[in-house]
Structure formats: C-alpha cells, structure tokens
Write a protein of this length. Structure first.
Length: 255
C-alpha cells in the first residue's frame, strides 16, 4: 500500500510539509485544476450555501485557504489557522473572536477532524450562533469501506476506536483524527447531545462512496476525467451508502 500511495501521489504536493501555509495555497490550485475534484467541491459548496439561513448575522468559513466557498455565498468571512493568500482573518476555531449570537452560520469543509479540542469548538459555536443559526460541515465518515481507504491509502491519522475526542496538537494540519466527526455525532451522539444541548443535530447524511476516491483528492492523481463525474454519480446511487460512504453532510442548528 505504501508503494501504491507513492505511485498515486500528486506531483505538486508529494513530500511537502502539511503544516506549511504554502501547501494549503498549492492545494487550492490543485482543486481548481482537477475537473473531477472541482465538481465535488462545487457540489459540496452548493449544499453548504443552501444551509445558510436568511436574516441577520455573519457567515464564517473556517479553513478557507484551500477552497473557494466564497464564490457560492455573499458576505462570507473567510478564515484559516494561518496566513494564506485570499483570507480575511487568521483565527482558531477553538476560540472565536465574535460576540455572543453574532453569527448565523459557520461552514467548513474537512476542518472539524483537525480540531485538537473539539469540545472547545462546539462550545464556541453554541455561543457565537444566533438562535436558528447553523454549523454546516462536510467531513470524513466511518463505514466499513471508508475504514479500508482511510487506513490504507490516506495520509492523515484515522482512529475510530479513540476513547477521547481530543488529540495532541503537533501541527495545524498534520494533527488530526479523520474519525472524529463520526465519533462525536454518531458513536458518541448521546454524549454530544448532553454536553451541547443548545446545538440540535439536524442532519447526518453519509455521501460519496466512490467519487472522491476516483478524484484522487488533493493528495493523489485523479483516476478519472471530469466528464465521468455524473455517470459515476449514477453508479453511486446503487451503492450501499451506509456501508460505503467516505464523507457525510452534517448540520447542527442553534436552538
């Protein structure tokens, strides 16, 4: 599997330091330059934008540096954990610089599983969101199929058996647990609902059993051309999603 990862590695990011801001900026170029992967992000961002409620309040995107969500929603506050071209502010999701009830939405793509103390983030989200405001996320998900992929082919830590929600922070992107969103909102959902009663878990929807793998993500070469994106979607519709999904759409709403 190590040899396979080396053969499939994207030449633009192979061997780069994950915690170097330049790597995040480079990944934005990769997403834009891979038609199949870009279509995945366009679908993700379209869904995230559709979850933003009307009315007063700011829209905060965490982890903006590698993407283009601001093309899909107006007035987005773009942010990242370090300085990256194109973002408006550098901040940590564990300590948000916003007044109570100031936000109507917090959106993120592949960010939650990098937060070392996710309880701090949920607490901050609960504080900063106005009633009816949402946390909308696209995150890795645990299924029998994704366990194989995240264990054998993915570069990030994957520990679905972890007993704690927290993990040591060795770097903003190199430290992670890809299983963390599933742990908090599925395996330990009862714990989440007791500790964060102000955040209702409104939607947990497993998605993408095959297409992200076919895209190669940001770290590997694309396995299919962009025109195959929709036909692969038809194949996915016949796939046993609860056993094969690699990601999930997650929606929390402030009570």
């Amino acid at each position: 599997m190590k040899l396979l990862r080396q053969l499939l590695a994207h030449p633009m990011t192979h061997g780069l330091d994950l915690d170097d801001p330049r790597t995040t900026a480079l990944r934005k170029q990769i997403i834009q330059g891979k038609p199949f992967l870009r279509k995945i992000y366009e679908d993700w961002y379209g869904w995230l934008a559709a979850q933003v409620p009307a009315g007063e309040g700011g829209i905060l995107e965490l982890g903006s540096g590698g993407g283009f969500f601001s093309d899909f929603a107006r007035g987005v506050i773009t942010s990242d954990i370090f300085t990256v071209p194109g973002i408006q502010c550098v901040l940590d999701g564990q300590q948000l610089p916003f007044d109570d009830g100031a936000l109507k939405a917090i959106v993120m793509t592949n960010v939650l599983h990098h937060v070392p103390n996710v309880r701090r983030f949920f607490g901050e989200a609960q504080r900063c969101l106005r009633p009816g405001g949402v946390v909308a996320m696209i995150e890795p998900w645990v299924t029998p199929f994704s366990r194989i992929i995240y264990t054998k082919l993915h570069h990030e830590p994957f520990e679905p058996e972890a007993t704690a929600w927290e993990f040591p922070s060795s770097g903003p992107l190199s430290s992670a647990n890809d299983a963390l969103p599933w742990i908090c909102l599925s395996r330990d959902r009862g714990v989440f609902e007791r500790e964060f009663a102000g955040l209702a878990v409104e939607r947990v929807e497993p998605i993408l059993p095959l297409r992200y793998l076919c895209s190669g993500g940001v770290a590997m070469r694309s396995l299919l051309p962009g025109w195959t994106y929709r036909p692969m979607g038809w194949i996915e519709n016949a796939w046993p999603i609860n056993r094969g999904a690699m990601f999930a759409r997650l929606l929390l709403r402030r009570r």
